[in-house]
Design a protein around this ligand. Structure first.
Ligand code: DAH
Length: 357
């Protein structure tokens, strides 16, 4: 019995984990364990022998059981200590500051433009940036031989080998969304279409991707006078000045007839642009009365409806309003630039609460 006791108490003390402990329990006091087998032998003993061996075996069984549960508790404590050591965390360390994001000026200006035109009853429409050449050119009265196709430095998509259909293009302007809007909603119609456009060009004032906003108003009695009023109203709201003078210069676009380019009166003082005063003029957009062929392409009867359209560079008017000198910086994702020119994300521009304040 002394041998058994020594054997199991040593083994229990040295057990490395709970499963080793469990094997020892089975081997000692389990149903067929060594101590249990010894207890079965009690029946063959004389009453005198039994009186000595019985209590001694019970005592041994108790001693082994309590050694087992003490060791079990000790192993659990050790495991907890180990976890506390490995998962230790210095809560006195200073927090890591998260970089605060800002709204890109292009997003800000797009929101401002949408807010102003929404106030005049224009909805926002969008179209795909990969566009068919029909929407980008033909439907806008720019046939295959037209020089405007070459002038636009178009990016062409690649067709699969053996596919001879005309290739898709990266849209060179937002004007194709005019056609899609007419097809989708018919007349009367008032939409603006902001979004990215692409041309193969790169210098201080040109990037291969930039942004435009298209405007389109179709109704029975729309004239150049409505176009003029809407644009003046827009420029006044957008530049947040009371008085602005616009100059309409006769021009040519295939999709409008007559067409006009619009300049805004401004001054440059020490490289600082001031809108609304001075002796300089700055071109900000192209516009005109929608060409009958364009209305037809959009599924609208030109004998019944007419309208105006315009197209304006979003990046351009963002540079003007916020004094940003280099267009290329818009797309560099330089955090210092974004912190300087970015806007707080939760300040949504509205006509009443202020566009940029
Ligand atoms: N699509 C022209 C461009 O990309 C801009 C433009 C001019 C749009 C006159 C118009 C318009 O809707 O009427 O340069």
């Amino acid at each position: 019995m002394e041998d058994l006791k020594a054997k199991y108490l040593t083994a229990i003390a040295e057990a490395a984990d709970e499963s080793a402990l469990e094997s020892l329990r089975v081997a000692a006091v389990g149903k067929k364990g060594e101590v249990s087998l010894k207890m079965r032998e009690l029946g063959k003993m004389t009453p005198e022998e039994r009186q000595v061996a019985g209590p001694a075996l019970n005592a041994l069984k108790d001693e082994i059981n309590s050694a087992l549960s003490a060791k079990k508790a000790a192993l659990a404590d050790a495991a907890l200590d180990e976890r506390l050591r490995s998962e230790w965390l210095d809560v006195t360390l200073p927090g890591r500051q998260r970089p605060a994001g800002t709204l890109h000026p292009i997003s800000q200006v797009s929101e401002e433009v949408a807010a102003i035109f929404a106030d005049m009853g224009f909805a926002v429409a969008e179209g795909p940036r990969v566009e068919s050449d029909w929407y980008n050119f033909d439907a806008l009265n720019i046939p295959g031989h037209h020089p405007a196709r070459a002038e636009m430095d178009t990016f062409y998509m690649k067709r699969a080998e053996g596919d001879n259909r005309p290739p898709h293009v990266l849209r060179t302007h937002t004007s194709p969304v005019q056609i899609r809007s007419m097809q989708e909603h018919g007349a009367p119609l008032r939409v603006i279409c902001p979004g990215g456009v692409y041309r193969c060009d790169y210098d201080q004032t040109h990037t291969p991707m930039f942004h435009q906003v298209e405007g389109l108003a179709i109704d029975k009695d729309i004239s150049m006078a409505n176009l003029k009023w809407v644009l003046e109203e827009f420029v006044r709201s957008y530049f947040e000045v009371d008085d602005v003078e616009l100059r309409f210069r006769a021009s040519h676009f295939p999709f409008t007839e007559p067409s006009a380019e619009v300049d805004i009166r401004c001054s440059w003082e020490g490289g600082q642009l001031k809108v609304g005063e001075g002796d300089d003029w700055l071109e900000i957009l192209g516009s005109g009365m929608v060409h009958p062929k364009v209305l037809e392409a959009g599924g609208i009867d030109p004998a019944e409806w007419q309208g105006f359209a315009f197209g304006m560079g979003i990046d351009r008017i963002a540079m003007l309003k916020y004094g940003i000198p280099d267009l290329r910086a818009f797309f560099d994702s330089d955090l210092r630039w974004l912190r300087n020119y970015g806007f707080r994300a939760l300040d949504v521009p509205t006509i009443n609460a202020g566009l940029s304040r």
